[in-house]
Each structure stands twice: as structure tokens, then as C-alpha cells.
Design a binder for this molecule. Structure first.
Ligand code: KIV
Length: 262
């Protein structure tokens, strides 16, 4: 996948598949699949580090995980998230943040929200860096939103969302994540935009879908919102494998002769 493929897929109505990825070993696995692109999402703050929001993660951490993903996936299209406040302390800080994520191996960055970001998006794009926007539930604003709640409900909110989406497209975003908004609103925004929309909890009438890898693999049993489908019962499989390992170790069955050096 290269940047132009995003637009081509929208033009040809071919849905885009995106999945989060935070480390080298899962990147290497994803690289052997047909998944279109990966997002090194700041959701890693919650999924990997166990925080209750995405707020505590730094640019340095995001860059380290982006570099790990790139090492596991030398060829794939990687979007790196710009974390909380990493672009809100002036242009110089913003461009340093972008530089860190891109130097770590990303092909593009993702930035949450439109208010106060539109000129910055244009500047990043003019600097040669593709930008993916992110509207709807923007987790970095969890305190402003009063929780992880569905956004864009009601005519006024839907209209604001649509206008912000158009502003981000005008600023040069190559794609837009729409998170946790009513399917009807997501469909309208997707129709209004020429760039592709990638939904998570945004219904079927968008131009692509993204899910957190651990959610779709069924590894994360404590987080099962309505929009998550699992394609594997990962937590059961992993628990069974670990218990089998434990049994083999404690019964003296592991290692055997073939697994030992002579
Ligand atoms: O951080 C993340 O993983 C995201 C996706 C859920 C879109 O922003």
C-alpha cells in the first residue's frame, strides 16, 4: 500500500482494512496478511501499558513503538499517532513530534480533532508528511467529552462533525478516522468527503474499518464494546497454551531429549 492507494480505493469503492499494531512480532505477522495498513495507535497506553486513558503516553514512547513495528514490517504502510498535547505547544513542538514519529519509520501521522488543528494539518502536509485526521470520539479529549461516549448525536453535533471533516479534507488530510458516531452520520460524512473515511464504531457505510488488534483477536476480555467483533477466542487459546506449558514443565515432560543440547 502506498499513499495514493487510499484515494484509489475510495474511488473504486474498495474498503480499506486497518488494524492497530504496537510491536515487532505482531507487525511481522500482519505483514504476512492482506491487511492494508497498520496504526501505531496511542491506544497502546491502555492496551500495552494498562492506563485508563491514552493521555499518559509520550512522543518518545510512540516513536519507540513505531520503530518496533517498522522493524517487524519493513514494507507495510504505517500510520503513527501523535499523542496527547504533542502538537498543542506551538508549531516547533508540533513539527518535532511529527519528526520523531516519521524518523521512527512511519509513513504518515494521525492527529485527533479539528478545532485549532486545521492550519497545523496544512503545514504538516505542506512539509511532505501525510496526515490522517480523527473525529467523533477522540480519546485524548476524554475529560472534555465526559467519558468514552458516542459522539455526533443530534443534528447540531452531526453538522459540526461534517463541517470539521470538510475542514480537515480541505487542509490536506489523506483519510479520516471516524470513531463512535451513529452509522447514519458516518455515512453522510463519508459521502460528503472525497477522501476515505475509516470507521471504528461508525457502522458499515464508511470507506474502511479499523479495530484494535487485541480486540479482534479476542485477547482483551475486559473490553467488549458493541462495535467489536472477535475473529478468534484469543484469551482462551492463550490460557490453554500457557496451562499446557505449565503442565509439561511441572510434570517433567518439557524439555525432552530433542529439545536439549547433547
Ligand atoms: O489509538 C488508536 O488505536 C486509535 C484507533 C482506535 C482509531 O486511534
Amino acid at each position: 500500500m502506498i499513499i495514493q492507494d487510499f484515494q484509489e480505493k475510495k474511488n473504486n469503492r474498495v474498503p480499506i482494512s486497518m488494524v492497530t499494531c504496537y510491536d515487532s512480532w505482531s507487525a511481522a505477522l500482519i505483514a504476512q496478511t492482506e491487511i492494508d495498513c497498520v496504526l501505531v495507535g496511542d491506544s497502546l497506553a491502555m492496551v500495552v501499558y494498562g492506563h485508563d486513558s491514552t493521555i499518559p503516553v509520550s512522543v518518545g514512547t510512540m516513536a519507540a513503538h513505531t520503530a518496533a513495528v517498522r522493524r517487524g514490517m519493513p514494507e507495510g504502510f504505517i500510520i503513527g499517532d501523535l499523542p496527547f498535547l504533542s502538537c498543542r505547544k506551538g508549531l516547533e513542538q508540533a513539527m518535532d513530534s511529527v519528526g520523531s514519529i516519521m524518523s521512527a519509520g512511519a509513513n504518515a501521522v494521525k492527529l485527533e480533532g479539528a478545532a485549532g488543528n486545521v492550519e497545523l494539518v496544512a503545514h504538516i502536509v505542506e512539509s511532505g508528511v501525510p496526515v490522517m485526521g480523527h473525529l467523533g470520539l477522540t480519546p485524548q479529549s476524554v475529560h472534555q467529552l465526559g467519558g468514552f461516549k458516542v459522539q455526533g448525536r443530534g443534528q447540531g453535533a452531526a453538522e459540526t462533525l461534517r463541517n470539521q471533516a470538510l475542514e480537515l479534507e480541505g487542509a490536506g488530510c489523506f483519510a479520516l478516522v471516524l470513531e463512535a458516531i451513529p452509522a447514519k452520520v458516518a455515512a453522510e460524512v463519508s459521502r460528503a468527503l472525497t477522501i476515505p473515511t475509516i470507521g471504528i464504531g461508525a457502522g458499515p457505510d464508511v470507506d474502511g474499518q479499523v479495530l484494535v488488534l487485541q480486540d479482534l483477536l479476542g485477547v482483551n476480555t475486559s473490553f467488549r464494546p458493541k462495535f467489536v467483533r472477535t475473529w478468534m477466542d484469543g484469551s482462551t487459546l492463550i490460557r490453554e497454551a500457557l496451562d499446557a506449558y505449565h503442565r509439561d514443565v511441572t510434570s517433567g515432560q518439557f524439555p525432552n531429549g530433542r529439545e536439549s543440547y547433547r
